[in-house]
Ligand binder design. Structure first.
Ligand SMILES: N[C@@H](CCC(=O)N[C@@H](CS)C(=O)NCC(=O)O)C(=O)O
Length: 235
């Protein structure tokens, strides 16, 4: 059971079910990694909507949990040793939930590190590059006269799609037969690139057919569909 007095974030987002894992998030590509994972493993949790449009991550209450001011973040009242564990950074949260549940991360050490390698690839390359492409193609950066940043992030995004296309040759999932946290980390980003960011033509997405088929396989999973809408947006 979570002692809410120990976690200032609960002043703005009180837990109705303090015995459950608390998720503070929004259905963005980083946020949905955690909601998809929680839906996949079936761990009971309570989701709190954090409105980044209203700068809610920059409140002292949110910053008390994540000094980096970003979603997603969690508190697990039943962390290691039965003590509460607060975590931010979606990759770290995926690893934690995989180890806690014993799911979506191979037991074999070599396979395990290979999976982690692809999660890091998503965290260090795909997320930042696709995110910048979104800014320069679809959001405020679209107005900038200098198109060199857009060109750079477009080329880098295409290169990264090429890396995924090669990896998926002869594989249904990033790790082959098994769907893992590597897939969970990447699905929302690739979906966003061609959806919300409207960059399908820009990156010539149809020239990466294996990535397209992998995305369809991922989106066909019921837990992925549920996770993509959690926490429900107000608008
Ligand atoms: N590396 C972080 C990135 C998190 C991140 O960038 N979150 C964005 C939403 S996708 C956010 O909270 N932005 C709010 C802001 O910067 O004000 C992670 O993977 O958890």
């Amino acid at each position: 059971m979570l002692d809410q007095t120990q976690f200032p974030i609960t002043k703005l987002w009180p837990a109705q079910h303090p015995e459950r894992l608390q998720l503070y998030s929004l259905p963005t590509p980083n946020g949905v990694k955690v909601s998809i994972m929680l839906e996949e493993i079936g761990l009971p949790y309570e989701a709190h909507l954090i409105d980044i449009g209203k700068n809610e991550t920059w409140t002292p209450e949110f910053l008390s949990l994540n000094p980096n001011g970003k979603i997603p973040s969690i508190i697990d009242p039943d962390g290691p040793g039965g003590k509460p564990l607060a975590l931010f950074e979606s990759g770290a949260i995926l690893l934690y939930l995989a180890e806690k549940s014993g799911q979506f991360l191979p037991q074999d050490p070599a396979q395990r590190y290979e999976t982690i390698q692809w999660v890091f690839f998503q965290m260090a390359a795909v997320g930042p590059m696709f995110g910048q492409l979104g800014f320069f193609h679809r959001f405020a950066g679209r107005e900038y006269e200098d198109k060199r940043p857009l060109e750079r992030y477009k080329n880098e995004s295409k290169r990264l799609l090429g890396v995924l296309e090669s990896r998926l040759e002869g594989r249904d999932w990033i790790m082959g037969q098994d769907y893992t946290i590597a897939d969970i980390s990447l699905l929302g980003w690739v979906r966003n690139l061609i959806g919300f960011y409207e960059a399908r033509e820009l990156v010539e997405f149809d020239s990466f057919p294996r990535v397209g088929q992998w995305l369809e396989r991922g989106l066909a999973r019921p837990a992925v569909q549920r996770g993509l809408t959690i926490p429900a947006r107000n608008d």
